[in-house]
Design a protein around this ligand. Structure first.
Ligand code: ADP
Ligand code: TRP
Length: 326
């Protein structure tokens, strides 16, 4: 089984990225042949500062390694280091209908929020399809927001196969949903776009302040509260043991407690939770050349597979003068 996923280097990773994506990627590296890439071509649609994009790519690699991605098990690389993907993207784009992309929620939501769409944003799902199809990926772990893009990938692959014969392997999405929606400091979904994130590798003191400043509701302290509707409780639950979680839930139901305690616990528990990764990160960041080598090695392994698939595709659709057998 080949597992593949990508994550955009648009800023520092936050708790939502970790519990909603990265943690599962890392767990899956033990289940099969795993390929993970840093989607810097996708990020190019939004990060338009060269030094920033370069730094983000390096930070993303260091973060993933620090969080447990093992380069001896999984292949880690930068998306832009595999040019075959961009070539495949064009081939797929040539057969993609406008309507298929116009129906994508991620695109529609951005436009609805007032983003002026560029061509890159519109064709984003085709590049994602090329990412997936270039490696004959079987399973693609993604958050809920990306499931539709896997459907688009399947559509593009099956229409290619229909036109040219069986060439591309249809992947399946694996929803990584046990922490489907991590709330941010304002109670909305945690997201860079909402500026409500708690970052995995933030400075501990600064982060403690941010946690103590999380918005809370204004119900009186005496009033019992339903823990499951409270974002502080949801954040606490990310880090607490089951028994601590149950005990905290009981305090909510009983009422009469302030939010300061739970905020303090979130700061303590999250600090402990990421302490090892934090230490590991410092070591990795001290040797950027090693990170570079890991990415280069990952890219050459990824390219070997992608060039094989691309050759199959080019033979199938008439982009080579010699027939497949000659
Ligand atoms: P952001 O919304 O901060 O820009 P991305 O869209 O780059 O984050 O998300 C990268 C991955 O992290 C995706 O797989 C997404 O599903 C997951 N993710 C992002 N935010 C959350 C969240 N608040 N809860 C759960 N998963 C999340
Ligand atoms: N679009 C994904 C996101 O924003 C990142 C991504 C790019 C990806 N290419 C992919 C995910 C291929 C899975 C497979 O989260």
């Amino acid at each position: 089984m080949r597992v593949l996923s990508g994550i955009q280097p648009t800023g520092r990773f936050h708790w939502g990225n970790y519990f909603g994506a990265i943690r599962q990627y890392i767990a899956l590296q033990h289940e099969g042949d795993a390929l993970y890439f840093i989607a810097n071509l996708h990020a190019l649609t939004t990060v338009r500062d060269a030094a920033q994009l370069q730094q983000n790519g390096l930070d993303a690699a260091i973060d993933l390694l620090a969080l447990g991605l093992d380069p001896n098990r999984a292949t880690l690389f930068l998306q832009s280091d595999v040019p075959e993907v961009s070539e495949l993207c064009w081939i797929l784009m040539s057969g993609a209908s406008f309507g298929l992309l116009e129906r994508c929620h991620a695109y529609k939501d951005k436009v609805a929020r007032g983003v002026k769409p560029g061509v890159g944003l519109f064709t984003y799902p085709v590049l994602m399809a090329a990412d997936i199809l270039a490696y004959d990926s079987n399973v693609v772990p993604v958050g809920e927001d990306q499931v539709q893009h896997i459907e688009v990938t399947r559509d593009l692959a099956s229409s290619f196969n229909h036109q040219y014969g069986e060439t591309l392997l249809l992947p399946t999405a694996r929803l990584v949903s046990d922490a489907a929606r991590v709330p941010g400091t304002d109670g909305q979904k945690m997201s860079k776009s909402y500026r409500n994130t708690l970052d995995i590798f933030a400075d501990a003191k600064v982060q403690r302040k941010e946690i103590m400043g999380i918005q809370t509701d204004s119900r009186p302290m005496e009033q019992p509260k339903d823990p499951d509707t409270d974002h502080l409780f949801q954040l606490y639950s990310l880090f607490a043991s089951n028994s601590d979680r149950d005990a905290m839930a009981a305090r909510y139901w009983a009422g009469g407690f302030g939010y300061g305690d739970i905020k303090k616990s979130i700061a303590d528990l999250s600090g402990d939770y990421f302490a090892e990764a934090r230490a590991h990160r410092n070591e990795i960041a001290a040797a950027p050349q090693k990170v570079h080598e890991i990415l280069q090695d990952g890219a050459s392994r990824a390219r070997a597979k992608a060039s094989e698939v691309l050759l199959r595709v080019k033979n199938a659709c008439g982009l080579r003068t010699l027939s497949p057998k000659s």
